[in-house]
Design a protein around this ligand. Structure first.
Ligand code: SF4
Ligand code: SF4
Ligand code: SF4
Length: 375
């Protein structure tokens, strides 16, 4: 065991493996307020990476409905039952992480789902938090709520999958922090499946080996965003890098949203793995539920989101979501536009704060057609 500082929980924690910090860390921001659960991301990932034999129930990307949905079934509530509720003192975690629960030298606490847990990829879809009377939605606002949670591997700072593997078949790349399984070394013990608190390692029953999201590393190496990011219909995703070797940079949209402004929060930071998918919390969901899921800072994040129209620097960063297939490493707000540059320093996107409006002539002489403007 080594002691490592985990900035998500603002304290040192035990971790069984001491690897170097990556040069930069691949990271994602997902805006839960914009996801429509169309599953385009799921299909994009599946058709590209996991359409083979033995991969029928493997979804490196999935989108589930909270509070009741989850794939595999109850992946999070089962672990929370074992760990107990998270306790925070301000931004510091007071309760223990999955690495500390079992004691020194022991593997992280986890659970191994069974086959039935993988049988329904979208169980609980669109289920509300509580029953509402028929037709209640036509009257006043009702109290029932739900939201969609898109999930991929978090390419964690302190991956539980890596720490648990007895074959050392899992590694974290030094150049970008992407976490990969070496399929040649894997012997299918499934210690990683049991240990990953997010259940983002899957066991392939035909190959008899574990596999997981590869962070679309061939695309990242070319400076392009992941497939699940590029294909996102709702433009809820931003893919980039967090600075690890230097102070967070204001002109790096990921640093700015996540580390400087803290608008986007990690999912279940109390597990202690330091996940690198950050979520803008859904503004309509009650704080107690969100605080258990995203930790402290929910209230401030929701206020910030509601005030975006007066916060141009932050709004500019959010306008880059889904705006370019290139990874944006630097951005600026210039007048009425948010401008983004890729890793090679090329300007790749310029998004206006206000979309231009075009009025069409009612009668088009060329095509002899009448047209209407929808205003
Ligand atoms: S493609 Fe985007 S909007 Fe559609 S389900 Fe996936 S994350 Fe949500
Ligand atoms: S989310 Fe799970 S599979 Fe991905 S790096 Fe973290 S512990 Fe490993
Ligand atoms: S990053 Fe790539 S491999 Fe991972 S879930 Fe998204 S599309 Fe799939």
């Amino acid at each position: 065991m080594v002691k490592r500082f985990n900035w998500h929980i603002d304290r040192e924690q035990e971790y069984p493996y001491d690897g170097p910090k990556p040069a930069r860390q691949v990271a994602y921001v997902f805006d839960t307020n914009k996801c429509i659960e169309c599953q385009t991301c799921t299909v994009a990932c599946k058709t590209c990476w996991t359409s083979g034999k033995g991969q029928e129930t493997i979804f490196w990307n999935n989108v589930e409905t909270k509070p009741y949905g989850g794939y595999p079934h109850e992946w999070d509530s089962r672990l929370m039952q074992k760990c107990g509720p998270a306790e925070w003192q301000g931004k510091k975690l007071y309760s223990i992480t999955i690495f500390e629960k079992n004691g020194e030298g022991k593997p992280p606490v986890g659970h191994l789902p069974n086959e039935r847990d993988y049988s329904a990829p979208n169980l609980g879809e669109d289920d509300l938090s509580e029953m509402i009377d028929q037709g209640a939605h036509l009257g006043e606002t009702h109290n029932g709520w739900m939201f969609y949670l898109a999930r991929i591997c978090n390419h964690c700072d302190h991956p539980a999958c890596l720490a648990a593997c007895p074959r050392k078949a899992i590694y974290k790349r030094e150049e970008d922090g992407i976490v990969l399984v070496d399929q040649e070394r894997c012997r299918g013990y499934q210690a990683c499946v049991e240990a990953c608190p997010y259940k983002k390692v899957f066991f392939n029953v035909i190959n008899r080996a574990s596999e997981k999201c590869i962070g679309c590393f061939p695309r990242v190496e070319q400076g392009n965003v992941a497939l699940c990011v590029e294909s996102c219909i709702g433009k809820i995703r931003l893919h980039g890098f967090l600075s690890t070797q230097e102070e967070p940079r204001e002109d790096n949209p990921l640093d700015y949203i996540v580390k400087i402004r803290k608008l986007a929060l990690p999912c279940y930071p109390q597990f202690g793995t330091g996940p690198n998918v950050f979520y803008i919390p859904p503004v309509h969901v009650p704080d107690p539920f969100l605080e258990q899921m995203f930790g402290p800072g929910v209230e401030e994040a929701k206020d910030m989101y509601r005030n975006l129209k007066n916060d141009r620097q932050l709004l500019g960063a959010l306008m880059l979501f889904g705006a370019s297939p290139r990874i944006i490493t630097r951005y600026e707000v210039q007048g009425d536009e948010a401008v983004g540059w890729d890793v090679e320093g090329q300007e790749v996107v310029r998004v206006p704060f206000t979309e231009p409006t075009y009025y069409r002539k009612h009668f088009d002489e060329q095509y002899e057609a009448y047209r209407h403007n929808a205003v």
